[in-house]
Design a protein around this ligand. Structure first.
Ligand code: CU
Length: 381
Protein backbone atom coordinates (compact mmCIF):
# COMPACT_ATOMS: atom_id res chain seq x y z
CA UNK A 1 0.00 0.00 0.00
CA UNK A 2 1.41 3.39 -0.94
CA UNK A 3 1.82 6.32 1.41
CA UNK A 4 -1.06 8.12 -0.26
CA UNK A 5 -3.32 5.08 -0.02
CA UNK A 6 -2.47 4.75 3.62
CA UNK A 7 -3.18 8.42 4.13
CA UNK A 8 -6.61 7.86 2.57
CA UNK A 9 -7.20 4.86 4.80
CA UNK A 10 -6.37 7.01 7.76
CA UNK A 11 -8.63 9.74 6.58
CA UNK A 12 -11.43 7.25 6.14
CA UNK A 13 -10.61 5.22 9.18
CA UNK A 14 -12.32 7.04 12.01
CA UNK A 15 -16.03 6.61 11.68
CA UNK A 16 -18.54 9.25 11.13
CA UNK A 17 -21.49 9.00 13.42
CA UNK A 18 -23.65 7.73 10.57
CA UNK A 19 -20.98 5.21 9.68
CA UNK A 20 -20.91 3.89 13.19
CA UNK A 21 -24.66 3.44 13.35
CA UNK A 22 -24.46 1.68 10.01
CA UNK A 23 -21.76 -0.64 11.23
CA UNK A 24 -23.69 -1.49 14.33
CA UNK A 25 -26.82 -2.32 12.40
CA UNK A 26 -24.68 -4.43 10.09
CA UNK A 27 -23.12 -6.42 12.84
CA UNK A 28 -26.41 -6.63 14.68
CA UNK A 29 -25.00 -6.09 18.12
CA UNK A 30 -22.81 -3.58 19.74
CA UNK A 31 -20.84 -2.72 22.76
CA UNK A 32 -22.93 -3.08 25.86
CA UNK A 33 -26.19 -2.76 24.01
CA UNK A 34 -24.83 -0.12 21.71
CA UNK A 35 -27.50 -0.55 19.07
CA UNK A 36 -30.04 1.51 17.23
CA UNK A 37 -28.47 4.71 18.37
CA UNK A 38 -29.85 6.63 15.42
CA UNK A 39 -32.82 7.68 17.50
CA UNK A 40 -32.85 9.79 20.59
CA UNK A 41 -29.21 10.31 21.26
CA UNK A 42 -29.21 13.63 22.96
CA UNK A 43 -26.63 13.08 25.64
CA UNK A 44 -28.30 15.23 28.23
CA UNK A 45 -26.86 13.23 31.06
CA UNK A 46 -24.42 11.16 29.05
CA UNK A 47 -21.31 9.52 30.27
CA UNK A 48 -19.88 12.88 29.52
CA UNK A 49 -21.13 13.73 32.92
CA UNK A 50 -18.06 11.97 34.11
CA UNK A 51 -16.05 14.64 32.44
CA UNK A 52 -17.81 17.25 34.45
CA UNK A 53 -15.61 16.28 37.28
CA UNK A 54 -12.63 16.64 35.04
CA UNK A 55 -13.91 19.90 33.68
CA UNK A 56 -14.21 20.96 37.25
CA UNK A 57 -10.80 19.53 37.94
CA UNK A 58 -9.08 21.73 40.44
CA UNK A 59 -6.26 23.46 38.68
CA UNK A 60 -3.28 25.29 39.92
CA UNK A 61 -1.51 27.06 37.12
CA UNK A 62 -3.36 24.88 34.66
CA UNK A 63 -2.33 21.64 36.31
CA UNK A 64 -4.60 18.84 37.35
CA UNK A 65 -4.22 17.86 40.98
CA UNK A 66 -2.11 14.86 41.85
CA UNK A 67 -3.23 11.78 40.03
CA UNK A 68 -5.37 13.81 37.72
CA UNK A 69 -8.30 13.23 40.03
CA UNK A 70 -10.66 15.86 41.25
CA UNK A 71 -9.99 16.41 44.88
CA UNK A 72 -13.43 16.75 46.43
CA UNK A 73 -15.55 13.69 46.90
CA UNK A 74 -13.20 11.31 45.22
CA UNK A 75 -15.07 10.28 42.10
CA UNK A 76 -14.94 12.51 39.07
CA UNK A 77 -18.34 13.36 37.74
CA UNK A 78 -19.95 13.81 41.08
CA UNK A 79 -20.35 17.48 40.41
CA UNK A 80 -21.33 19.37 37.31
CA UNK A 81 -24.07 18.83 34.78
CA UNK A 82 -24.79 15.28 35.82
CA UNK A 83 -25.58 16.42 39.29
CA UNK A 84 -28.49 18.41 37.93
CA UNK A 85 -29.95 15.24 36.46
CA UNK A 86 -29.27 13.23 39.56
CA UNK A 87 -31.75 13.42 42.42
CA UNK A 88 -29.20 14.64 44.93
CA UNK A 89 -25.59 15.21 43.99
CA UNK A 90 -23.48 12.69 45.78
CA UNK A 91 -26.48 10.65 46.90
CA UNK A 92 -26.54 6.97 46.05
CA UNK A 93 -28.14 6.25 42.70
CA UNK A 94 -30.70 3.51 42.33
CA UNK A 95 -29.71 0.70 40.01
CA UNK A 96 -32.07 2.03 37.35
CA UNK A 97 -30.83 5.60 37.67
CA UNK A 98 -27.24 4.45 37.33
CA UNK A 99 -27.96 2.17 34.39
CA UNK A 100 -29.81 4.94 32.61
CA UNK A 101 -26.81 7.26 32.87
CA UNK A 102 -24.48 4.54 31.59
CA UNK A 103 -26.80 3.71 28.71
CA UNK A 104 -27.15 7.35 27.67
CA UNK A 105 -23.38 7.70 27.40
CA UNK A 106 -22.99 4.59 25.30
CA UNK A 107 -25.85 5.57 23.02
CA UNK A 108 -24.30 8.99 22.47
CA UNK A 109 -21.08 7.41 21.19
CA UNK A 110 -19.52 8.52 18.90
CA UNK A 111 -20.81 11.98 19.77
CA UNK A 112 -20.26 14.82 17.35
CA UNK A 113 -18.06 17.72 18.43
CA UNK A 114 -16.48 20.62 16.58
CA UNK A 115 -12.87 20.19 15.53
CA UNK A 116 -10.81 17.14 14.67
CA UNK A 117 -7.11 17.09 15.44
CA UNK A 118 -4.28 14.91 14.24
CA UNK A 119 -5.16 15.03 10.55
CA UNK A 120 -2.26 14.81 8.08
CA UNK A 121 -0.77 18.15 7.04
CA UNK A 122 0.55 18.05 3.48
CA UNK A 123 4.01 19.61 3.29
CA UNK A 124 4.93 22.13 0.63
CA UNK A 125 8.22 21.62 -1.17
CA UNK A 126 11.00 24.21 -1.06
CA UNK A 127 13.82 22.73 -3.10
CA UNK A 128 14.28 19.31 -1.58
CA UNK A 129 12.85 20.31 1.80
CA UNK A 130 9.43 19.20 2.99
CA UNK A 131 8.10 22.31 4.71
CA UNK A 132 5.38 22.38 7.35
CA UNK A 133 3.87 25.63 8.63
CA UNK A 134 2.59 25.68 12.19
CA UNK A 135 0.95 28.43 14.21
CA UNK A 136 0.77 28.12 17.99
CA UNK A 137 -2.38 29.84 19.19
CA UNK A 138 -5.31 29.79 21.56
CA UNK A 139 -8.46 27.98 20.51
CA UNK A 140 -11.77 27.07 22.09
CA UNK A 141 -11.74 23.27 21.91
CA UNK A 142 -14.82 21.09 22.26
CA UNK A 143 -13.63 18.04 24.18
CA UNK A 144 -17.12 16.61 24.60
CA UNK A 145 -20.46 17.80 23.26
CA UNK A 146 -21.04 21.27 24.63
CA UNK A 147 -17.92 21.20 26.82
CA UNK A 148 -15.52 23.84 25.56
CA UNK A 149 -12.11 24.49 27.01
CA UNK A 150 -9.51 27.09 26.29
CA UNK A 151 -6.77 25.12 24.60
CA UNK A 152 -3.45 26.06 23.05
CA UNK A 153 -2.91 24.21 19.81
CA UNK A 154 -0.92 24.04 16.61
CA UNK A 155 -3.04 25.31 13.71
CA UNK A 156 -6.09 25.43 15.95
CA UNK A 157 -6.46 21.70 16.56
CA UNK A 158 -5.71 19.26 19.38
CA UNK A 159 -3.63 17.20 18.72
CA UNK A 160 -1.78 19.35 16.21
CA UNK A 161 -1.70 18.21 12.58
CA UNK A 162 0.06 14.92 11.94
CA UNK A 163 3.43 15.57 10.30
CA UNK A 164 4.49 12.59 8.19
CA UNK A 165 7.75 12.18 6.32
CA UNK A 166 10.04 9.41 5.15
CA UNK A 167 13.33 8.49 6.76
CA UNK A 168 16.06 10.63 5.16
CA UNK A 169 13.73 13.46 4.13
CA UNK A 170 14.93 17.00 4.68
CA UNK A 171 12.34 18.57 6.98
CA UNK A 172 11.69 22.24 7.67
CA UNK A 173 9.08 23.31 10.24
CA UNK A 174 8.24 27.00 10.48
CA UNK A 175 6.51 27.88 13.73
CA UNK A 176 4.77 31.18 14.30
CA UNK A 177 4.02 31.98 17.93
CA UNK A 178 0.68 33.72 18.40
CA UNK A 179 0.50 32.91 22.10
CA UNK A 180 0.95 35.47 24.85
CA UNK A 181 4.03 33.63 26.12
CA UNK A 182 7.20 32.28 24.53
CA UNK A 183 7.39 28.75 23.22
CA UNK A 184 9.66 26.26 21.39
CA UNK A 185 9.20 22.89 19.67
CA UNK A 186 11.06 19.71 20.46
CA UNK A 187 10.86 16.91 17.88
CA UNK A 188 10.84 14.10 20.40
CA UNK A 189 12.57 11.01 19.08
CA UNK A 190 14.31 12.64 16.13
CA UNK A 191 18.08 12.71 15.97
CA UNK A 192 18.15 16.37 14.98
CA UNK A 193 21.26 18.59 15.10
CA UNK A 194 21.79 20.03 18.57
CA UNK A 195 20.77 23.56 17.52
CA UNK A 196 17.42 22.15 16.35
CA UNK A 197 16.61 20.34 19.59
CA UNK A 198 14.12 22.95 20.70
CA UNK A 199 15.06 23.60 24.32
CA UNK A 200 15.18 27.32 25.23
CA UNK A 201 18.44 28.51 26.79
CA UNK A 202 20.09 25.16 26.07
CA UNK A 203 19.91 25.10 22.27
CA UNK A 204 18.00 28.23 21.22
CA UNK A 205 16.40 31.39 22.54
CA UNK A 206 12.70 31.09 23.36
CA UNK A 207 10.38 31.95 20.47
CA UNK A 208 8.84 35.20 21.70
CA UNK A 209 5.18 36.07 21.10
CA UNK A 210 4.66 37.35 17.57
CA UNK A 211 7.87 35.84 16.20
CA UNK A 212 8.79 32.83 14.07
CA UNK A 213 11.40 30.12 14.30
CA UNK A 214 12.50 27.60 11.68
CA UNK A 215 13.55 24.06 12.51
CA UNK A 216 15.51 22.02 9.98
CA UNK A 217 16.72 18.46 10.22
CA UNK A 218 16.92 15.19 8.35
CA UNK A 219 14.21 12.78 9.47
CA UNK A 220 15.63 9.84 11.40
CA UNK A 221 15.03 7.36 12.86
CA UNK A 222 11.83 5.88 11.42
CA UNK A 223 8.84 5.16 13.59
CA UNK A 224 6.26 6.88 15.74
CA UNK A 225 7.53 10.12 17.22
CA UNK A 226 6.03 13.39 18.40
CA UNK A 227 6.49 17.13 18.43
CA UNK A 228 5.60 19.31 21.37
CA UNK A 229 6.41 22.44 23.27
CA UNK A 230 9.55 22.31 25.39
CA UNK A 231 8.96 25.66 27.12
CA UNK A 232 6.72 25.94 30.16
CA UNK A 233 5.86 22.48 28.92
CA UNK A 234 3.76 21.22 31.80
CA UNK A 235 1.33 23.98 30.97
CA UNK A 236 1.85 24.21 27.20
CA UNK A 237 1.75 20.50 26.39
CA UNK A 238 -1.11 20.03 28.82
CA UNK A 239 -3.01 22.77 27.01
CA UNK A 240 -2.51 21.00 23.68
CA UNK A 241 0.78 22.03 22.04
CA UNK A 242 1.55 18.53 20.81
CA UNK A 243 1.24 16.33 17.76
CA UNK A 244 2.34 13.12 16.06
CA UNK A 245 5.53 13.09 14.00
CA UNK A 246 5.54 9.93 11.90
CA UNK A 247 8.63 8.83 10.03
CA UNK A 248 8.00 6.10 7.51
CA UNK A 249 10.90 3.74 6.88
CA UNK A 250 12.90 4.17 3.70
CA UNK A 251 12.45 0.46 3.11
CA UNK A 252 8.84 -0.48 4.00
CA UNK A 253 9.91 -4.11 4.17
CA UNK A 254 12.07 -3.28 7.17
CA UNK A 255 8.94 -3.21 9.36
CA UNK A 256 6.03 -5.64 9.79
CA UNK A 257 3.21 -5.20 7.23
CA UNK A 258 -0.22 -3.81 8.11
CA UNK A 259 -3.39 -2.75 6.31
CA UNK A 260 -4.60 0.28 8.26
CA UNK A 261 -3.20 2.46 10.98
CA UNK A 262 -4.60 4.39 13.91
CA UNK A 263 -2.64 6.94 15.91
CA UNK A 264 -3.89 7.50 19.44
CA UNK A 265 -2.49 10.48 21.35
CA UNK A 266 -3.15 10.27 25.09
CA UNK A 267 -3.33 13.34 27.29
CA UNK A 268 -4.42 14.12 30.84
CA UNK A 269 -4.10 17.89 31.22
CA UNK A 270 -6.65 20.58 32.05
CA UNK A 271 -8.95 19.28 29.29
CA UNK A 272 -9.30 15.97 31.12
CA UNK A 273 -8.50 12.44 30.03
CA UNK A 274 -8.45 12.47 26.25
CA UNK A 275 -7.75 10.29 23.22
CA UNK A 276 -6.81 12.47 20.26
CA UNK A 277 -8.09 15.55 22.06
CA UNK A 278 -11.55 14.19 22.82
CA UNK A 279 -13.18 12.50 25.79
CA UNK A 280 -15.76 9.72 25.51
CA UNK A 281 -18.41 9.79 24.06
CA UNK A 282 -16.76 12.19 21.59
CA UNK A 283 -13.77 9.89 21.00
CA UNK A 284 -13.58 8.30 17.55
CA UNK A 285 -13.96 4.55 17.10
CA UNK A 286 -12.01 2.82 14.34
CA UNK A 287 -13.32 0.29 11.84
CA UNK A 288 -11.48 -2.57 10.20
CA UNK A 289 -12.56 -5.60 8.24
CA UNK A 290 -12.09 -9.08 9.61
CA UNK A 291 -8.67 -10.32 8.61
CA UNK A 292 -7.06 -6.90 8.38
CA UNK A 293 -3.97 -6.03 10.35
CA UNK A 294 -4.28 -2.74 12.24
CA UNK A 295 -1.19 -0.83 13.31
CA UNK A 296 -1.91 1.23 16.40
CA UNK A 297 0.52 3.99 17.31
CA UNK A 298 0.25 5.11 20.93
CA UNK A 299 1.72 8.44 21.96
CA UNK A 300 1.49 9.55 25.60
CA UNK A 301 1.73 13.35 25.88
CA UNK A 302 0.29 13.34 29.39
CA UNK A 303 1.80 12.99 32.82
CA UNK A 304 0.24 9.75 33.95
CA UNK A 305 0.49 6.07 33.07
CA UNK A 306 -2.28 4.86 30.79
CA UNK A 307 -2.50 1.08 30.44
CA UNK A 308 -4.44 0.69 27.20
CA UNK A 309 -6.63 -2.39 27.09
CA UNK A 310 -8.25 -3.70 23.94
CA UNK A 311 -11.00 -6.25 24.42
CA UNK A 312 -11.29 -9.33 22.24
CA UNK A 313 -7.88 -9.54 20.57
CA UNK A 314 -4.28 -9.30 21.70
CA UNK A 315 -1.88 -6.56 20.76
CA UNK A 316 1.42 -7.58 19.18
CA UNK A 317 4.00 -5.07 20.34
CA UNK A 318 6.48 -4.37 17.55
CA UNK A 319 8.19 -1.09 18.43
CA UNK A 320 8.98 1.23 21.33
CA UNK A 321 9.83 4.87 20.65
CA UNK A 322 10.19 4.00 16.98
CA UNK A 323 12.69 1.21 17.57
CA UNK A 324 11.70 -2.32 16.58
CA UNK A 325 11.57 -4.76 19.46
CA UNK A 326 14.16 -7.55 19.26
CA UNK A 327 11.22 -9.95 19.40
CA UNK A 328 7.58 -8.87 19.01
CA UNK A 329 5.51 -9.83 22.04
CA UNK A 330 1.82 -10.20 22.81
CA UNK A 331 -0.25 -8.52 25.51
CA UNK A 332 -3.80 -7.38 26.07
CA UNK A 333 -2.98 -4.29 28.16
CA UNK A 334 -0.06 -2.08 27.28
CA UNK A 335 1.07 0.56 29.74
CA UNK A 336 1.93 3.75 27.90
CA UNK A 337 4.06 5.96 30.14
CA UNK A 338 4.58 9.69 29.65
CA UNK A 339 6.81 10.24 26.62
CA UNK A 340 6.34 6.67 25.39
CA UNK A 341 5.44 5.74 21.87
CA UNK A 342 4.47 2.15 21.26
CA UNK A 343 3.50 0.49 18.00
CA UNK A 344 1.31 -2.59 18.13
CA UNK A 345 -0.40 -4.69 15.48
CA UNK A 346 -3.86 -6.08 16.07
CA UNK A 347 -4.86 -9.00 13.90
CA UNK A 348 -8.58 -8.33 13.49
CA UNK A 349 -9.79 -11.90 13.76
CA UNK A 350 -12.86 -11.33 15.94
CA UNK A 351 -15.97 -9.65 14.57
CA UNK A 352 -17.76 -7.21 16.85
CA UNK A 353 -17.57 -3.86 18.58
CA UNK A 354 -14.79 -4.13 21.11
CA UNK A 355 -14.34 -1.78 24.03
CA UNK A 356 -10.92 -0.17 24.08
CA UNK A 357 -9.95 1.91 27.08
CA UNK A 358 -7.40 2.99 29.63
CA UNK A 359 -7.40 0.49 32.47
CA UNK A 360 -6.79 3.04 35.19
CA UNK A 361 -10.51 2.81 35.67
CA UNK A 362 -10.84 6.30 37.09
CA UNK A 363 -9.66 7.58 33.68
CA UNK A 364 -12.51 5.76 31.97
CA UNK A 365 -15.60 5.33 34.10
CA UNK A 366 -17.54 6.75 37.00
CA UNK A 367 -20.81 5.73 38.54
CA UNK A 368 -22.36 8.03 35.95
CA UNK A 369 -20.93 6.04 33.06
CA UNK A 370 -17.93 5.94 30.81
CA UNK A 371 -15.95 9.08 30.05
CA UNK A 372 -12.44 10.10 29.05
CA UNK A 373 -10.14 7.42 27.69
CA UNK A 374 -12.68 5.09 26.14
CA UNK A 375 -13.25 4.22 22.49
CA UNK A 376 -13.99 1.12 20.42
CA UNK A 377 -12.49 -1.01 17.71
CA UNK A 378 -15.14 -2.26 15.29
CA UNK A 379 -14.32 -5.39 13.33
CA UNK A 380 -16.73 -5.95 10.44
CA UNK A 381 -17.40 -9.28 8.74
CU1 CU B 1 -5.37 6.39 31.84
Amino acid sequence: MSTMERAKERANGPLSRRGFVGVLSTIGAGMLGLVACGGNTTPTVAAGSGMSGVAGMPVAGGMPVAGGMPAASGMPGMAGSAAAATPVAGAALSADEMDKLHEAGIKAFPAKTAGLGGQPLAPRMEGDFKVFDLVAKKVQWEVEPGKLFEAWGYNGVIPGPELRVTEGDKVRVVIKNELAESTAIHFHGQMAPNAMDGVPFITQPPIKPGTNFTYEFVAKPAGTHMYHSHHNATKQVGMGLLGAFIVEPKDPKSRPPFDKEWTIVLNDGPQGFTLNGKGFPATQPFVVKKGEKLLIRYINEGQLLHPMHLHGMPQLVIAKDGYLQPQPWLCDTLTVAPGDRWEVIVDATEVGTWAFHCHVLSHAETEHGMFGMVTALVVKE
